[in-house]
Design a protein around this ligand. Structure first.
Ligand SMILES: [Fe+2]
Length: 132
């Protein structure tokens, strides 16, 4: 069996780990900002940006950075899966405060799908030029 799929799997796992860490650091930055500690917030943001770099490196090495139209289509499909399958399944299994959070995520993500669809239309109209 080829080792390429295993390598790709590990690179994708690394991507997920670094991307998650970046998001966690950004949450720490928000918390620091809310606590009136802008310098601490900036340090967390700088660390998050460093993690973003590693995440992009790993995703690229895994061959998972798609051309624009495919990236947009994959993103729309992922958001719809989360909203129509993943989060509803979770909501059915839980209740209380976590359910409220997941419902708010679904609502926000619907807005993200709308933005991605708008972007897809603009990319198609721009036909190779940069979108406005
Ligand atoms: Fe999502």
């Amino acid at each position: 069996m080829s080792r390429v799929p295993r390598a790709q799997e590990h690179l994708k796992t690394g991507f997920s780990s670094e991307a998650t860490t970046a998001a966690r650091y950004r949450a720490c930055a928000r918390s620091a900002e809310a606590a009136g500690l802008p310098n601490l917030a900036r340090r967390w943001i700088e660390l998050a940006e460093a993690k973003d770099e590693l995440a992009a490196l790993l995703l690229g090495a895994a061959g998972q950075v798609r051309e624009t139209e495919r990236a947009i289509a994959d993103s729309i499909a992922e958001e719809r899966y989360e909203n129509e399958v993943l989060y509803p399944k979770m909501i059915r299994e839980i209740g209380g405060e976590a359910e409220e959070v997941l419902l708010s995520v679904i609502a926000a993500q619907q807005g993200h799908v709308d933005r991605l669809e708008k972007l897809r239309g603009e990319v198609r109209s721009a036909a190779g030029s940069d979108v406005g």
